[in-house]
Structure formats: structure tokens, C-alpha cells
Design a protein around this ligand. Structure first.
Ligand code: IPE
Ligand code: IPE
Ligand code: MG
Length: 237
């Protein structure tokens, strides 16, 4: 990659198109999800090498629970397989894994796997990988509002002290800067309940590439497009 290139500090990706990728090949949707996991592995490696500091990926939404049980079972199994397959490499690469979303709906087995990956990678300093699991922006904001209301009820916080910073600090993403660039694959141009608060000034990049075909090259294309953008934040230059 060109030395002059501005590298987004935080990239967030809506990884979409696994099902269509599988369908095009006459395969089961679960095979698309497995291929998607391999694409994530390649993308994480590339992002860390390029110098991205935070990579957030939307892996499972609160709405995705409405999918057929067989697909849900395959996805939950894939979380466990993904942890086993990738934890050593993530440790080696200095990638720290965080989970954003409501973990309470996952089985003990899935939660144990998530504890393993976050525990074993906790020392990683090169890049933070945030996996959005049972995540949705509306549930995240609702949860944050409940926490703030509780603090007010306890007398720990005055209503007038609920400012933008207090809200940001109550979201799952409290420890991360807002995403500079949001990528969505598979040609869909919507947020699907992802990071609505954090995306206020993000740049959006939509590509027709299906998620299992994404990787280092497609990431580089997205960063090139980001470099053409003029981020004005409402000001006059
Ligand atoms: C994204 O791929 C992965 C998840 C939402 C879990 P999809 O499964 O949504 O793939 P398409 O959109 O049906 O092709
Ligand atoms: C968004 O993709 C959620 C994830 C990528 C995890 P979906 O495929 O679930 O979203 P819609 O149905 O196209 O809005
Ligand atoms: Mg989809």
C-alpha cells in the first residue's frame, strides 16, 4: 500500500452476502458462513498489517435470531470453531478481541468460547478486533439509557449531566473511537441496525463483493476510496 495513504483508525464492517455466495455455488448457507469466517481471518490479518487500530465486524444481529434453527445452530457452532481455529494466530498477531452486544442469550458453550478468545488475546496491542454478536444499535442505545436512568435514580448523576460523552461512554463501544469508515459488502446499502450513534460522521463504502470473497485486496480498495473523501464535519474549508 502507498506510503502516503491515510489509514482509518477504526474500520467497521457489515459482513454480508454469505448466503448468496453459497447459493451461487449450490452449497448450504452454513458453508457460506464458514467461508465468511475464513474471509474474516484474512481481513483481520490485512487490517493489522496495514496499521488499522480498531476493526469492528457485525457478525450476528439481534434480528438474525429469526433465521431457521438449522442455520442458527450452524452459526453458533461456527463461533466455537472460529475461536479454536483463530485464537493462536490472533495472539501471535497482537490482536485483542472484544465482544460487543448482549451475550446473555448465548449458550454456556458459546460464552465459554468467547471468554477463551477474549482472555487469551487480552494482551494484544497491535489492533483491537470487536466482534458484534447479538448486537443491534437500538438495543445498545436502550441498554445505555437504562444504565443512565439507573444512575439518576441512585442520585449518582444529574439529568443535565447526560451529555453526548455520557451516552458514548454507556455504549458497548465506550473504549473505542467512532468508526472512520463503514464498509458493507454484497451490494446492500443499509445499516441494518448497526452503530447508528457511532456512525454520525463515518464515511460509508458499499461494494458488490460478497463477504466470503473479501480480503486484503478488497480492503485496500476500500481504503483507497476513503482517501478520496473530504471529511468536512459540517465546516467550510
Ligand atoms: C451475513 O451473510 C452473515 C450473517 C448475517 C450472519 P447473510 O447470511 O446475511 O448472507 P445473505 O445476505 O443471505 O447473502
Ligand atoms: C446484517 O446483515 C447483519 C450482519 C451482517 C450480521 P443481514 O443480512 O442480517 O441484514 P438485512 O436482512 O440484509 O438487513
Ligand atoms: Mg444478509
Amino acid at each position: 500500500m502507498n506510503q502516503e495513504m491515510k489509514i482509518p483508525q477504526h474500520i467497521a464492517i457489515i459482513m454480508d452476502g454469505n448466503g448468496r455466495w453459497a447459493k451461487q455455488r449450490g452449497k448450504d448457507r452454513s458453508e457460506g458462513h464458514f467461508a465468511g469466517m475464513m474471509a474474516l481471518r484474512a481481513t483481520v490479518k490485512a487490517a493489522a498489517e496495514i496499521g488499522v487500530k480498531y476493526l469492528t465486524v457485525y457478525a450476528f444481529s439481534t434480528e438474525n435470531w429469526g433465521r431457521p434453527q438449522a442455520e442458527l445452530d450452524a452459526l453458533m457452532e461456527l463461533v466455537c470453531t472460529g475461536v479454536e481455529m483463530n485464537t493462536p494466530e490472533l495472539c501471535q498477531e497482537g490482536v485483542r478481541v472484544e465482544i460487543i452486544g448482549d451475550r446473555s442469550r448465548f449458550s454456556q458453550k458459546v460464552n465459554d468460547a468467547l471468554d477463551r478468545i477474549t482472555g487469551k488475546t487480552a494482551q494484544g496491542e497491535r489492533m483491537t478486533l470487536a466482534l458484534a454478536l447479538n448486537y443491534s444499535s437500538r438495543s445498545e442505545i436502550t441498554h445505555a439509557m437504562q444504565q443512565l436512568a439507573q444512575k439518576v435514580a441512585n442520585g449518582e448523576l444529574q439529568p443535565q449531566d447526560i451529555d453526548e460523552q455520557a451516552i458514548s461512554q454507556s455504549l458497548y463501544t465506550a473504549s473505542m473511537p467512532d468508526p472512520d469508515l463503514i464498509i458493507r459488502t454484497s451490494g446492500e446499502c443499509r445499516l441494518s441496525n448497526f452503530m447508528m450513534w457511532q456512525a454520525s460522521y463515518s464515511e460509508f463504502y458499499f461494494t458488490d463483493v460478497l463477504w466470503p470473497d473479501f480480503g486484503a485486496e478488497a480492503l485496500e480498495e476500500a481504503i483507497k476510496a476513503y482517501n478520496e473523501r473530504d471529511r468536512r464535519y459540517g465546516l467550510v474549508k
